[in-house]
Design a protein. Structure first.
Length: 382
């Protein structure tokens, strides 16, 4: 097997034209990033007050097709706020998936709610509609007050947070239909899927709210930063208010009418993100070319690669292969990283972490199967 791993390292170096360390995903600054950031610096409005924040919000709305966008300091704060906007609170349950970055579950916990884990699909890596349907059939009931309750725990099941893992769209329509039957709100964690479409509609625009991330390793980066996207004007305005410390307009007084959060995106970050967003379609195009190169190479070597679901366009944020088992996964990871080509496994599933191991969950065979096999490989724009 070492020859296969060695050939892979050589192939990656040929793709990126480098004998140096190859990271998993690094940003590309090929546009007007320096120009816009310098303009923000020269304006002296480098923090939360500055015109690039609103320009970035408007650009994200135009690109995704969402009517409203609210910039935040990061994707986690965006998800936390989106949950708060829909009344998620102490003692509630929020359905989600165990195969995700920890921020998904942390944001649920910030509200005082508990994650409930249903299994994922092997192909899309998102929530499995069959697993969700079975959980709802066995555990959920819609009461006369219009609220969904867990028959076993007695807690309100208020929302479902689905994740578009590694940029691949989940089966959002099937999931939404199931949740609608039980009056469960759908919020999309689209942190990794900017530029990904399902049936020609942007991820994050199917549910009540979606969230995006502009962390340094995302397809478009603002250095940090997140965004809430929605078609609900009232919710968007409230989210903007709450993330701005719930401060009321006044010429000089500091007046606040509810508990708010200092979740504002700085103007410097927005300037960088705005410049990056101008390049998004070029980035997606090049990443899809890279995915095809990998697919052809791995097919010749007998490996399976995660490909975009039917009816979807993935941004291929991370290219993902499946090894035969955990032993091979670890051998692949060890060889590549020791040879300065960065690869990573999937996140440790949430239900195995000490703070979430007590949470309600279904059987999770696909999650556990994927954990043993997933390897993410270098995916920077070529």
């Amino acid at each position: 097997m070492k020859k296969v791993y060695s050939d892979f390292v050589k192939f990656v170096r040929e793709i990126y034209g480098s004998d140096r360390y190859i990271p998993l995903h690094e940003p590309r600054f090929n546009g007007k990033e320096r120009e816009y950031v310098l303009e923000a610096i020269e304006s002296t409005f480098v923090s939360s007050v500055g015109h690039y924040v609103s320009k970035f919000e408007q650009a994200v709305s135009k690109y995704t097709g969402a009517k409203f966008s609210v910039a935040t300091v990061n994707g986690t704060s965006a998800l936390h706020t989106a949950l708060l906007m829909h009344g998620v609170g102490n003692g509630d349950e929020v359905i989600t998936q165990p195969l995700t970055f920890v921020a998904t579950c942390n944001a649920i916990s910030y509200c005082g709610a508990d994650p409930v884990f249903v299994d994922v699909e092997k192909k899309s890596l998102g929530i499995c509609p069959d697993s969700l349907s079975q959980f709802l059939h066995d555990n959920a009931e819609l009461r006369d007050d219009g609220k969904c309750r867990n028959k076993i725990t007695g807690k309100r099941i208020i929302a479902c947070v689905l994740v578009h893992n590694f940029g691949h769209p989940s089966k959002i329509k099937a999931i939404s239909q199931l949740c609608t039957q039980y009056n469960i709100i759908v919020i999309e964690d689209a942190a990794e899927s900017l530029g990904s479409l399902f049936e020609n509609k942007h991820t994050g625009t199917f549910g009540a709210m979606g969230i995006l991330s502009f962390n340094g390793n995302k397809i478009v980066t603002a250095g940090g930063g997140g965004m809430i996207i929605t078609d609900d004007e009232e919710m968007a305005n409230h989210a903007k208010h709450k993330t701005n410390t719930a401060k009321l307009p006044h010429p000089w007084m500091f007046l606040h009418n509810e508990i708010g959060y200092n979740y504002r995106m700085p103007n410097l970050n927005a300037a960088l993100g705005y410049a990056q967003l101008e390049l998004i379609e070029n980035f997606v195009k090049k990443k899809r070319v890279l995915a095809d190169k990998y697919f052809q190479w791995f097919t010749e070597y007998g490996y399976e690669m995660i490909r975009e679901p039917n009816g979807a366009r993935s941004n291929y944020w991370f290219n993902t292969i499946l090894t035969q088992n955990r032993m091979e996964r670890d051998a692949f990871l060890k060889f590549t990283n020791e040879n300065d080509v960065m690869t990573r496994p999937a996140w440790t599933p949430m239900h195995t972490l000490p703070m979430y191991e007590h949470c309600v969950r279904t059987e999770l065979p696909a999650t556990e199967w994927l954990e043993d096999r997933i390897v993410n490989i270098p995916s920077s724009v070529i």
